[in-house]
Design a binder for this molecule. Structure first.
Ligand SMILES: Cc1cc2nc3c(=O)[nH]c(=O)nc-3n(C[C@H](O)[C@H](O)[C@H](O)COP(=O)(O)O)c2cc1C
Length: 341
């Protein structure tokens, strides 16, 4: 097991992330502005937008353009794009650059059929020369630091990540996030971080390596930093309805790395009652962001369904179902307010 002591701070170009940074993964329909701001408040060191279709961007689709909105309070923020051909990706990257994010990320990991089978996202794991060409040309086309997020390979017979990481590095990317699954695994089974650790330990790799997959607790995050030596950890599903996970991870690591329980950098973790208020704030912000009460509430359902906050409350099922059916602020807030721990 490696030590938790690091001797350098993680940087992407001139953005300094400090030691043991924790990032919010890009998630479609989840990592919108409302949620990113909440994760930031709890210590997420970098937040990613939902992926943005390069095709839609160059066609000026307004819903897609809205995804490029970046606020000062959420910086540093990374905008992620996906697409299947070089020209479109280059043009989309230049459009993204005008919205002034801190980082531009390319998605080579999305396993969803309608994207991967059309040769975008993880589909490019079956056409590495094209993946490299897209990366090289996007890097050349923008001044922003460009990063990539991908998987271990297309399937278990093509675990290409070790060589691929070097090739992507040669294209000029400034960090690489690895989700420890293949495209064919989709989200099934457990993420395997072994190859991510191998990539990180390769002395030829000079760029930061971000580990991703199944980090659902502070304990797992700390273990993965120790075991695989990654420069940063990226949390996806573990943050849904659970934005305070970033603070929990940071505290766990601060306690360990600095051996200082009184460390001033420690976060004060919210109580269960405060967590209820955080969920309510999130719903309100979603309503505001999406411009409609019902829309905002429907959009927040994923967080209500996933939150570990209400786990273990006896006979909770009827309340849970009612929360997932609620369509007005009054209804859902009334239900949340009445929950007792
Ligand atoms: C609802 C949902 C949406 C996602 N959308 C994206 C996306 O837009 N871009 C991307 O690179 N990955 C996306 N992912 C994958 C996550 O970023 C992450 O790689 C994956 O969930 C594994 O990490 P986790 O176990 O921490 O969730 C998505 C995952 C989920 C569950």
């Amino acid at each position: 097991m490696l030590s938790l002591q690091k001797f350098f701070l993680m940087k992407i170009r001139d953005i300094d992330f400090g030691e043991f940074p924790v990032f919010l993964a890009p998630m479609e329909d989840v990592t919108d502005l409302a949620f990113r701001l909440i994760c930031k408040q709890f210590g997420a060191d970098l937040v990613y937008t939902e992926f943005v279709s390069a095709d839609a961007l160059i066609r000026n689709v307004s819903r897609t353009e809205q995804k490029l909105t970046v606020l000062q309070e959420e910086r540093p923020v990374s905008v992620q794009i996906y697409g299947k051909d070089v020209t479109t990706m280059v043009e989309a990257a230049q459009i993204v650059e005008q919205s002034k994010p801190d980082i531009l990320d390319i998605n080579f990991g999305c396993p969803v059929k309608k994207i991967a089978s059309k040769g975008a996202g993880a589909g490019l794991l079956r056409d590495i020369p094209k993946m490299l060409e897209i990366t090289r040309e996007v890097v050349k086309a923008v001044k922003l630091p460009v990063t990539v997020k991908t998987r271990l390979g297309w399937d278990s017979n093509s675990l290409v990540i070790t060589e691929l990481a070097l090739m992507l590095q040669d294209c000029g990317i400034e960090a690489l996030a690895i989700h420890g699954r293949t495209r064919m695994q989709m989200y099934a089974g457990e993420a395997d971080w072994t190859l991510t650790g191998e990539v990180r330990r390769n002395p030829l790799i000079k760029i930061p390596i971000i580990g991703n997959g199944d980090v659902t607790s502070a304990k797992i995050a700390k273990e993965n930093f120790e075991k695989y030596g990654v420069d940063a950890i990226m949390v996806g599903r573990g943050a849904i309805g659970n934005a305070w996970i970033f603070a929990e991870i940071k505290n766990e690591i601060a306690g360990q790395a600095l051996n200082d329980r009184e460390n001033k950098n420690r976060f004060i973790l919210p109580t269960n009652e405060q967590k209820k208020e955080i969920l309510k704030t999130h719903i309100l912000r979603s309503i505001e962001w999406l411009g409609g009460e019902r829309k905002g509430i429907v959009h927040s359902r994923r967080h209500i369904a996933a939150t570990p906050l209400f786990k273990g409350i006896p006979n909770f099922r009827p309340t849970r179902i009612a929360m997932l059916r609620a369509e007005t602020k009054e209804e859902i807030f009334g239900l949340i307010d009445n929950i007792e721990f």
